[in-house]
Design a protein around this ligand. Structure first.
Ligand code: UD1
Ligand code: CA
Length: 461
């Protein structure tokens, strides 16, 4: 069927007082993105001509966050000065909506709605009205769907206005509706606030549609988790879990990712995986992360905005940020790779090693207890335990260059700026202040003094 031109109206004017937060409710993150952003993403996938965001409370902050992160969307900002109800909110947007549009109403605090569900809703509406409904065990607080003997929707009654009998209905209004603009305009004009909450209810348009003989259909949402709303932090936590489960399922089912425990995996961003990748428990992935074929991630790791090539293994408790790891590397446990770390094929970083803005050549090893920052290491370098690049003189950062095949003995201090030639050897415990030529040994050979009988004698003697 041909989809009519669409306007999506996103309701976001509510104050969100129950969040008990200074941050506007719709900016609280779900999967690392503000929840309103998730709704806008889904809305945008319908290819509407306009996405009208109705804002009220803290609109400035919401606008600046949304405009920064979602700049390509056909957004229009609509101010609702006073929150007089959902009907009043939609009415603020309507003057700018062309008559031939279908209007899809979404709530900014129902962030898990899927675009395929919205498409079903738009198709079901044709040029009439459609309502997204769901059957729940506990309908408390929601508008109930009223149907006649033929099963057609005749109206929606809000809980506070409902009779005992109506309250027993378990089919509820999700708050997501699709309505024809030219009729909606008239129906919204006719709304009155003669109800228990003294509000202008958008849901009263359903009764009016029946009176004006505009067909009303419904789409039952098969996955109730899509229409979970967020009013307080507990519901936000529940929505976050649903989102994480959904991502874990997709990654396992559609991309073949192995997860030791899908309930202990968090993705706040985008993860691309090759074949036969495996992630152990309690791993957090943030930003854009790519894992090549056969990458294995140990337990309790956090990886952010990084690329890890095929066959590499990360042992437990590693932090990796803005880094590029080559194939067949081994890292950890307990390693911290800070931004700008690049490891070539087969390199190794072991426990309690910190790197930053550092290139590590193929097959090179920094296996224990080191800080290597602002450095460039050639191939087949061995950095001994406790080696420190002294990259900062209190004012400026300086670089350390280490050639191929260099052996750095344990507990060496490499005072930058410094250049160490190919195949040089640094003796253990050396503070290297001057450049070292190829094939040269740099060693601090001052021997410690030894004073026999020290403990038994008197220090004054
Ligand atoms: C609404 C529906 C109810 C449905 C429920 C689903 C009405 C009258 N009722 O009830 O049938 O079961 O959603 O969650 O529509 N908003 C504004 N401006 C306003 C009032 C609300 O922008 O003046 C926004 C809120 O920020 C929220 C959304 O509209 O995003 C829904 O408002 P809310 O007051 O939460 O509606 P409910 O009473 O839950
Ligand atoms: Ca309300």
């Amino acid at each position: 069927m041909t989809i009519p031109p669409l306007t999506v109206v996103v309701l976001a004017a509510g104050e969100g007082r129950r969040m008990r937060s200074d941050t506007p409710k719709v900016l609280h993150p779900v999967g690392g993105e503000p929840m309103v952003g998730r709704v806008l993403d889904a809305a945008n996938q319908l290819h509407p001509q306009s996405i009208d965001v109705v804002y009220g409370h803290a609109g400035g902050v919401v606008q600046s966050v949304v405009s920064e992160f979602y700049e390509d969307l056909p957004l229009r900002w609509v101010h609702q000065a006073e929150q007089l109800g959902t009907g009043h909110a939609v009415a603020q947007a309507l003057p700018a909506v062309p008559d031939d549009h279908q209007v899809v109403v979404l709530c900014a605090d129902v962030p898990l709605i899927r675009v395929k569900t919205l498409r079903r809703l738009v198709e079901a509406a044709a040029d009439g009205v459609s309502v997204l409904t769901v059957e729940v065990n506990d309908p408390a607080g929601y508008g109930r769907i009223l149907r006649n003997a033929a099963g057609q929707i005749t109206g929606i009654v809000e809980e506070k206005d409902a009779t005992e009998e109506q309250r027993a209905i378990r089919e509820i209004n999700t708050g997501v509706l699709c309505l024809p603009a030219r009729h909606l305009r008239v129906w919204l004009d006719n709304l009155d606030a003669g109800n228990a909450q003294g509000e202008l209810y958008l849901t009263d348009c359903i009764g009016q549609a029946r009176l004006s003989r505009v067909p009303v259909s419904s789409v039952v949402c098969t996955d109730p988790s899509e229409v979970q709303g967020v009013n307080d932090r507990a519901q936000l936590g529940a929505v976050e879990r649903t989102w994480q489960q959904r991502q874990a399922q997709t990654l396992m089912r559609d991309h073949g990712l192995g997860l030791s425990d899908p309930a202990r995996f968090d993705l706040r961003g985008h993860l691309e995986v090759g074949r036969d990748c495996h992630i152990d428990v309690d791993v957090l992935i943030e930003g854009d992360v790519v894992l090549g074929d056969g990458v294995r991630i140990g337990p309790f790791c956090r990886i952010q905005d990084s690329h890890i090539a095929a066959g590499t293994e990360l042992l437990g408790h590693c932090e990796i940020e803005d880094s590029h790891i080559g194939a067949d590397c081994r890292i950890g446990p307990f390693a911290r790779l800070r931004p700008g770390t690049r490891m070539a094929e087969g390199a190794r970083i072991g426990n309690f090693v910190e790197t930053k803005q550092t290139e590590i050549g193929a097959g090179s090893k920094i296996n224990h207890l080191s800080y290597v920052g602002d450095a460039q290491l050639g191939a087949a370098v061995n950095v001994g335990a406790g080696t420190i690049t002294c990259n900062y003189d209190g004012r400026k950062k300086h670089r350390t260059r280490i050639g191929d095949g260099v052996f750095v003995g344990s507990n060496s201090a490499l005072v930058a700026p410094l250049s160490i030639g190919n195949n040089a050897v640094i003796g253990a415990g050396t503070t290297v202040r001057d450049d070292v030529a190829d094939d040269t040994l740099a060693v601090d050979d001052r021997r410690p003094r030894q004073i026999p009988g020290w403990r038994s004698g008197s220090p004054e003697e």
